[in-house]
Design a binder for this molecule. Structure first.
Ligand code: IVH
Length: 693
C-alpha cells in the first residue's frame, strides 16, 4: 500500500517535472535541462507507468506519442460559434472599419477607446482546445464554425500545447478555470515543413504543397501516432467559452486575455501587441516586411478592438465579429494557361508529373513549371491541358497550381490519363498500396540510369566537377556509360572523338574523375549510390558504423535498425539495394577500380562530442570565395545544423556580402553574428579541437 502511495507521488512529481521541461523547451524556447537528464526522467516515468497501469493519466507527458486509431472523425458542436473574419485589403478599408465601429459604439452610448490588439494572421488550421478544471479535455477543428471535428487525440500530441494549466495558474496567482476554451491556429514552421517533405519524398509518402496543407493534413489523421510524428506548433489568439466558478481572472481587454493565456502556459506569438489606431497600419506594413523571415507563414495581420466592453457592444454580423478585421497581404497569385502535363522519372523511379505553364510573372519571378506531386493531386484538382489555372508562390515555397478556373476551360479539354507505364523505358509502372507515387521498377531504365548517374556525380554524391546533366546524357546515349563505375574507365582517347570535347576538356574530365576517386569518402560513396531514403545524413551515419561497402552490404536489418535514425523502412531499402545482383556487381567493380574508401568506424558519437555539437547555423548574403553549399557542408561535417529560417533557437547567423533582412532580425534576437572571417576561424578552431577528440 505504501509502495503504491510512493509510486503515485513519484508519478505526480515526474509528470509535473516533464510538463514543465516541455513548457520551457517548446513554449519558452528556453530549456533548463540537458537532453540526457530529460531522457532519464522520461524513462523513469515510462517504467513506473508500465508497473502501475492503475495510476494511468490520459494527460501524462508519455501520452504525447499518440496511439489511438479512430474509425472516423466525430463531429461536435462548438459551445460558442467560431466566426470567420472580414478582410480589409487597403488602408482605406481599415479606416472604414474603424469608422463603422465608432459609429456603432456611439449609437450604443459606449465610449470607444480606439485601442487595438494586433497579431499575425496565421496560415494554418483553426482549433479550439478545451480545458476542464485546468486539464486538457479535448480539441475541435473549426469546421463550419458551428460544428467541428473532434481531434482530441491528435492535438494532445502537439508538443507546445499544455496538458495541465494548474501549476501555471498557481504560479501566476490566477484561479483555475472550471472551463476554458482556447482558440488558435495549428501551423507548421517552414523549417519543419521542409524537413517533413524531405522525409516524405525519401519514403515515397505524400508531399505537401505548403505548410498550411501539411499542418491541416497532420491534425486530420485518424491514427494519432501519425499526428504525433508530425512537427506541429500551436498559437493561441482568442478564447471561446469560459467558466471561472465564481472566481475572476480580471480580464477586461483582449491584451489582458493574451497575457493571461501566456501565464497559463499557452503559446502566444511574440509578435502580438497593443496598438493605437494610427499604429495599426504601420504594424501591418512592418509585418509584411518581416513576413519572409518569420519561422511560420502568415497571410496578414488580425486587428481586434482591445476593450472587451467595446467588443461586446459591437457584437457580430451574421458571419464575422464587428470588433475584429483581417488586414490581408496581397497574394502572389496569377492566372495562366496549363500547356500540358509532363511526367518525369526520378532517380528512384518515381513518376513525377510537372505542369508546363505559359510563362507568367509572380512576385518578380517568371514561373513556367510547377510540380504537381502525383496522380491524386491531378485528379483532385481535375487539371487538364488547356485549362486556365491559378498559380501561387507562397514565401520561398516552390510555385504551385492552386486550382482550375472552370469558366475558362476549353470545350475539348480531356482529363489527364496518368501513365501507368514508364515514359522513358515503357515498362509497366507500379503503385504500391498506401503509396501516392507510381514507380518505374526497371533497373535498366535509361531515365533512371541518367538520373542515377547525374546524382552519383552531383554534390550530393561524389561531387565530380564539370560533369553536368548534358554530359551524362550524351555518355549514356552513346552507350559509353552504363553504370557509375564506367565513368572511372573512360580515357582521354575515348572522349576526344566526341562532339564538343576538345583535348583540353577531355583531360579535365578524366582529371576530375580521378580527383573525385581520390577524395571519395565512404559516406560520400554511400550517398552517391542513391539508395531510396538514404540521403547524405544517413550515409554519414552508415559510414561511421561500417568500415567499407563490404561491411555495409553484410549488415542485417537488425544491425541497421540498431543505428541512430535508421528505421525499418530505411533498413529495408538498404537491404533491397544490396540484395540486387546488379548492385552487387557494381560494388565489385568499385573494388577492382580501387574506388574503395575505408572509414574508421566509431561507436556512436553523441552530438555534443562533435566539433560544432548540434549548433544551429543560418546563412545570409554571399560568402567571399565559398559557395553556400560548401559552407553548409562544412557546418554539417562538423556536426552543426543548417537552418532555413531565423528563430531564437539559432546559434549563429553567418553574414556575407549583401545580407538580407535576416541580419536585423538576428541582431534584435541577440543571435551571434559571424562574418566570413569569423566563420572560417570558428571552423578552423573547431576542426583543430575536433582532431584532438
Ligand atoms: S481571431 C473573433 N486571430 O483567421 C475573432 N483569427 O478568417 C476570431 N486566424 O478561422 C478570429 N490568425 O483561424 C484570429 N491572430 C488571429 C488569427 C486568426 C489566423 C484565422 C482563424 C479564422 C480565420 C478567419
Amino acid at each position: 500500500m505504501s509502495e503504491e502511495k510512493d509510486a503515485a507521488a513519484r508519478l505526480r512529481e515526474l509528470r509535473a517535472q516533464i510538463h514543465e521541461h516541455d513548457y520551457r523547451y517548446y513554449v519558452l524556447d528556453d530549456p533548463v535541462i540537458e537532453d540526457a537528464a530529460y531522457d532519464a526522467l522520461y524513462r523513469e516515468l515510462r517504467k513506473l507507468e508500465t508497473a502501475h497501469p492503475e495510476l494511468d493519466d490520459p494527460n501524462s507527458p508519455t501520452k504525447r506519442v499518440g496511439g489511438t486509431v479512430l474509425p472516423a472523425f466525430v463531429s461536435k458542436p462548438h459551445r460558442l460559434a467560431m466566426y470567420s473574419l472580414d478582410n480589409a485589403m487597403s488602408e482605406e478599408e481599415w479606416r472604414d472599419f474603424v469608422t463603422r465601429a465608432a459609429n456603432k459604439l456611439e449609437r450604443e452610448g459606449q465610449p470607444f477607446t480606439r485601442t487595438f490588439w494586433v497579431d499575425p494572421k496565421f496560415d494554418g488550421l483553426a482549433l479550439e482546445i478545451i480545458y476542464e478544471n485546468g486539464v486538457y479535455a479535448g480539441a475541435l477543428t473549426r469546421g463550419d464554425g458551428e460544428v467541428g471535428e473532434d481531434v482530441t487525440e491528435n492535438v494532445r500530441t502537439v508538443k507546445n500545447v499544455p496538458l495541465d494549466l494548474r501549476p501555471h495558474a498557481v504560479r501566476a496567482n490566477l484561479p483555475v478555470p472550471a472551463l476554458l476554451e482556447v482558440r488558435g491556429e495549428v501551423v507548421m514552421t517552414r523549417q519543419d515543413f521542409y524537413e517533413l517533405n524531405e522525409r516524405q519524398r525519401e519514403q515515397g509518402g505524400k508531399i505537401f504543397a505548403n505548410p498550411r496543407n501539411a499542418a491541416a493534413g497532420s491534425v486530420r489523421q485518424l491514427d494519432s501516432k501519425i499526428s504525433a510524428s508530425r512537427p506541429l506548433t500551436f498559437f493561441a489568439y482568442a478564447i471561446g467559452a469560459q467558466d471561472w466558478a465564481g472566481a475572476d481572472p480580471g480580464w477586461t481587454t483582449h491584451s489582458g486575455i493574451m497575457a493571461g493565456l501566456g501565464k497559463l502556459g499557452l503559446p502566444v506569438a511574440r509578435e502580438g501587441k497593443v496598438a493605437g489606431e494610427d499604429a495599426v497600419y504601420p504594424y501591418f506594413k512592418t509585418m509584411g516586411v518581416r513576413r519572409p523571415d518569420l519561422p511560420f507563414e502568415i497571410d496578414g495581420v488580425v486587428v481586434k478592438v482591445d476593450s472587451l466592453a467595446d467588443q461586446e457592444a459591437l457584437g457580430f454580423t451574421g458571419r464575422a465579429p464587428r470588433f475584429a478585421i483581417a488586414l490581408k497581404f496581397p497574394a502572389h497569385e496569377a492566372e495562366t494557361v496549363l500547356k500540358r502535363i509532363e511526367v518525369q522519372v526520378g532517380r528512384t523511379g518515381v513518376l513525377t508529373p510537372v505542369a508546363i505553364l505559359e510563362p507568367v510573372s509572380l512576385a518578380g519571378v517568371t514561373v513556367s513549371r510547377a510540380t504537381l506531386h502525383n496522380e491524386d493531386e491531378i485528379k483532385a484538382k481535375d487539371l487538364r491541358a488547356g485549362d486556365t489555372v491559378v498559380v501561387r508562390r507562397a514565401g520561398d515555397v516552390i510555385p504551385e497550381v492552386v486550382r482550375v478556373v472552370p469558366e475558362k476551360r476549353p470545350a475539348d479539354a480531356e482529363p489527364f490519363p496518368f501513365p501507368h507505364i514508364c515514359p522513358s523505358c515503357h515498362s509497366p509502372a507500379v503503385r504500391a498500396p498506401g503509396e501516392a507515387a507510381w514507380r518505374c521498377v526497371n533497373l535498366a531504365c535509361p531515365a533512371m540510369l541518367r538520373r542515377g548517374i547525374a546524382y552519383f556525380v552531383s554534390k550530393s554524391g561524389l561531387d565530380i566537377e564539370g560533369i553536368g546533366n548534358k554530359w551524362v546524357k550524351t555518355l549514356i546515349d552513346k552507350g559509353m556509360v552504363k553504370t557509375p563505375a564506367d565513368l572511372f574507365n573512360l580515357t582521354e582517347m575515348d572522349l576526344i572523338p566526341m562532339e564538343r570535347m576538345a583535348e583540353k576538356s577531355a583531360a579535365n574530365f578524366v582529371a576530375a574523375v580521378e580527383k573525385a576517386q581520390q577524395n571519395a569518402t565512404l559516406a560520400k560513396l554511400i550517398a552517391a549510390l542513391g539508395m531510396r531514403q538514404v540521403g547524405t545524413r544517413t550515409a554519414r551515419t552508415l559510414a561511421e558504423h561500417f568500415r567499407d561497402l563490404d561491411g555495409l552490404a553484410a549488415a542485417t536489418s537488425e544491425d541497421l535498425t540498431a543505428l541512430p535514425d535508421i528505421g525499418p523502412e530505411v533498413a529495408g531499402s538498404i537491404r533491397e539495394f544490396f540484395d540486387n545482383a546488379a548492385n552487387r556487381e557494381l560494388i565489385e567493380r568499385f573494388r577492382q577500380i580501387g574506388l574503395w574508401p575505408v572509414s574508421e568506424p566509431k561507436t556512436a558519437v553523441p552530438p555534443e562530442a562533435t566539433p560544432l555539437g548540434g549548433k544551429k547555423f543560418l546563412f545570409t548574403g554571399t560568402l567571399p570565395g565559398m559557395s553556400r553549399e560548401k559552407a553548409e557542408a562544412l557546418v554539417e561535417a562538423a556536426g552543426g545544423r543548417v537552418m532555413k529560417s531565423i528563430s531564437k533557437k539559432l546559434d549563429y547567423l553567418v553574414v556575407g556580402a549583401d545580407p538580407g533582412s535576416k541580419l536585423a532580425k538576428a541582431q534584435s534576437l541577440g543571435i551571434t553574428i559571424l562574418d566570413a572571417e569569423a566563420f572560417q576561424e570558428l571552423l578552423g578552431e573547431e576542426n583543430a579541437r575536433g582532431e584532438t577528440l
